[in-house]
Each structure stands twice: as C-alpha cells, then as structure tokens.
Design a protein around this ligand. Structure first.
Ligand code: ATP
Length: 142
C-alpha cells in the first residue's frame, strides 16, 4: 500500500535540441540530490502536479513534457517512527529556461550533463530513471 504519492520530472535544457542536454537536479534539505517533485494534491492529475511542483520549486514555467515517458519509482523511508511507502511518478520535460529560483525546500540546484548528473544523484533508482530518460530522448532525436 502506498502512503505518499508524488509527481515530478526529469527536466532538461538543450540550447539547440541536438546537443547533449543538461538535466536539472535539486539538493534536498535532507541531504540527497534528486529531480524536482512533490506531493500530488487531492483532485490533481499527475502531470498537473508535476508542472506545479516544478514551478514552485524552481520558478520554471515553460516545461513541455515529452509524450510517452512516464515512469515510477518506489521506496520506503521513516518519518520519525512511522514507515512510509512512497511512489513517485516522473515525466520527462524540456525547458528553455536556465534560471532557477529555489524555494525553502531545497538548498541548491545544478544543471548537469548525463555523466556528472549520474554521479550527483544520490539514489540508484533515480540514476536508472535518468538513464531511461536519456535513452528516450536519444531515440527521439536519432
Ligand atoms: P517530495 O519532494 O515528494 O515532497 P520530500 O522532500 O518530503 O518529498 P523525499 O525526497 O521523498 O521527501 O525524501 C524523504 C526521505 O526518503 C529522505 O530521507 C530521503 O533520503 C529518502 N529518499 C528520497 N528519495 C529516495 C529514493 N529514490 N530511494 C530511497 N530513499 C529515498
């Protein structure tokens, strides 16, 4: 059973659409590096929640999601003594905005090419997701 559901996206910036994109990572106050994401509110669709969270967490408002990419990751963590089973749905979206305005929820951000994004991301399931996102983009542009 899932206790918490979040939505977010692998947000990429590409100058020309043909170069190696840069991916947006956020430094969470808990210490990990991950994609922009947040809780899906009651009555909200997944893409709607992802769009809202990206706007609230980064100030970016022009992300366009790529059709056909929707992946889930699941993990467990402890909130005090309470175990939480969480599911995160992630989309893949391009932006032309490089400027990021952080909220209080994060302590840093980075635009990273694939290899260094893989080093920066904390969790293996997020790394696997980035690999799948890059493969999806490569198939579209080849
Ligand atoms: P949200 O951004 O969805 O509002 P949050 O900031 O409240 O979430 P999470 O990023 O889910 O919280 O982090 C909650 C806990 O889960 C932290 O202790 C974090 O280290 C851990 N965590 C985050 N992502 C993963 C993951 N992919 N795999 C395992 N544990 C994770």
């Amino acid at each position: 059973m899932v206790d918490e559901r979040s939505a977010g996206a692998v947000v990429f910036f590409s100058e020309t659409g043909h170069d190696d994109p840069e991916y947006l990572l956020l430094h969470y106050t808990a210490g990990h590096w991950d994609f922009p994401k947040g809780n899906i509110e009651a009555g909200e669709g997944e893409e709607q929640a992802a769009t809202r969270e990206i706007r609230e967490e980064t100030g970016i408002t022009d992300v366009k999601f790529i059709d056909g990419f929707r992946m889930k990751i699941n993990y467990r963590y402890r909130h005090g003594r309470r175990p939480v089973q969480k599911e995160v749905v992630l989309f893949l979206g391009g932006t032309k905005t490089k400027q990021v305005v952080l909220s209080h929820e994060h302590i840093g951000f980075a635009w990273k090419k694939y290899e260094s994004a893989m080093e920066q991301l904390t969790y293996q399931n997020a790394k696997n997701l980035l690999t799948a996102a890059r493969q999806h983009l490569r198939r579209l542009t080849s």
